[in-house]
Design a binder for this molecule. Structure first.
Ligand code: PGA
Ligand code: ZN
Length: 407
């Protein structure tokens, strides 16, 4: 049983405070986890509160009700978190307190069992597939100023024979992009997730990505594709009903045509949030247009059309999308919904309906490695967790350890 829960403020990768939870069980099991934090957050996400307030509220409402529960009973702990909060969106105790407690509980339970976290979460009948890491190598949007309008250009080493080769391929693409930019005399700092943030047009970024991926593909000898997180909700002007790319705008129809054309031209493996977070029909139109067939697009080699701000890891919103054929995959961010149980439910609903799941970091991160375990436990097609930088490599290196059975 859970003996005690401690909550504290720690630093995240942007230098902002975030919530860390320690869960200690009567038998000496220990789990520690910290909440990540988004910058291009979806309108329908669970609510992150300022850490001091989130901690105070969680201490008052949630901690006394969770102490005494079995750490291994994740669903019960998560249900009590929800009940103690009393709102739909964790706006009382904060999704940051909730997710930190939920994840720390799972780690404490794994510790009691003496099992790695992915094994505890995935159970005995877990598949033995490993997620392919999507590596953000060029980016802008809300993650860097004066860079690309499209938020992320992501390397996708779909043909990598192993996790470790995939991880290193993404790092190599990141380095090759730096060389490409250097040759073009374009200086580049890094954005919040460690991707290069050059002041180039999106069209030029496509060219740079294409060249870098091809170079590394030749070097490593397996297929590498690339993908995007358009984060289109951030580009959308709802008054004018247009997508704003600096001085240029695109209507909804033009946006759909543009994304479809890029998928075709560059054989993209992945497109996240191509349209505004309220446009389920637009997603459906694009998904149909790019001709995605049937189950688990990752297994068919089809392009994933992935909902992040659209679905916000929420089963109700995912069901709405499934009903109209919006997208074929869902991004899973536990802090968007507040608990691991909710995140698991979203993956399960996705898989039951032939959608892929992509487990993801946030732009503000810590050294916490829970998402690496979650991606393996849920048999996710991809894990999106950056390419370089300590808070990103924490997850990538943990993934390598899991594949090596050395956690
Ligand atoms: P965020 O962005 O973590 O800043 O919200 C990441 C994403 O849009 O996928
Ligand atoms: Zn996104």
């Amino acid at each position: 049983r859970i003996r005690s829960i401690s909550l504290r403020r720690v630093l995240d990768s942007r230098g902002n405070p975030t919530v860390e939870a320690d869960v200690l069980t009567e038998s000496g099991g220990f789990g520690r986890a910290a909440a990540p934090s988004g910058a291009s957050t979806g309108e329908y996400e669970a609510v992150e509160r300022p850490p001091t307030e989130a901690i105070a509220a969680a201490r008052e409402h949630a901690v006394p009700r969770i102490e005494g529960l079995f750490a291994g009973d994740q669903r019960e702990v998560d249900a009590v978190l929800r009940a103690a909060d009393g709102t739909d969106d964790f706006s009382e105790i904060g999704a940051n307190s909730a997710v930190a407690i939920s994840m720390a509980t799972a780690k404490a339970a794994a510790d009691v069992l003496g099992a790695p976290l992915y094994q505890h979460l995935g159970g005995a009948f877990r598949g033995d597939n490993f997620p392919i890491p999507l590596g953000n190598v060029i980016g802008g949007g809300e993650h860097a100023r004066d860079a690309t309008h499209i938020q992320e250009f992501l390397a996708a080493p779909v043909g990598a024979p192993s996790v470790v080769e995939a991880v290193f391929a993404n790092a190599a693409v990141h380095a090759a992009v730096a060389e490409e930019l250097d040759e073009r005399d374009v200086p580049a700092a890094k954005g919040d997730e460690g991707a290069w943030a050059p002041a180039i047009s999106d069209a030029e970024a496509f060219e740079v990505m294409d060249a870098a991926v091809e170079t590394i593909e030749d070097e490593v000898g397996f297929e590498i594709r690339f993908g995007l997180d358009v984060a289109a909700a951030e580009l959308y002007d709802s008054d004018e009903e247009v997508y704003v790319y600096g001085d240029e705008t695109k209507t909804r129809a033009e946006q759909i045509a543009y994304v479809a054309e890029m998928i075709d031209e560059y054989d993209l493996a992945y497109v996240e949030d191509p349209l505004d977070e309220d446009d389920f029909e637009g997603y459906a139109e694009l998904t149909e247009r790019v001709g995605v067939a049937g189950a688990r697009p990752s297994q068919a080699g089809d392009c994933l059309i992935c909902g992040d701000d659209l679905f916000v890891t929420n089963t109700d919103r995912l069901q709405t999308g499934i009903d109209v054929g919006a997208g074929n995959s869902i991004l899973i961010k536990p802090n968007q919904i507040g608990t691991l149980s909710d995140a698991f439910d979203a993956v399960e609903l996705a898989h039951r309906n032939g959608y892929d799941a992509v487990v993801s970091h946030r732009s503000g991160e810590t050294e916490d490695t829970t998402i690496a375990h979650l991606a393996v436990a849920t048999d996710a097609a991809y894990i999106k967790t950056g390419t370089v930088g300590g808070e990103r490599t924490a997850k990538l290196n943990e993934l390598i350890r899991i594949a090596d059975d050395a956690v």
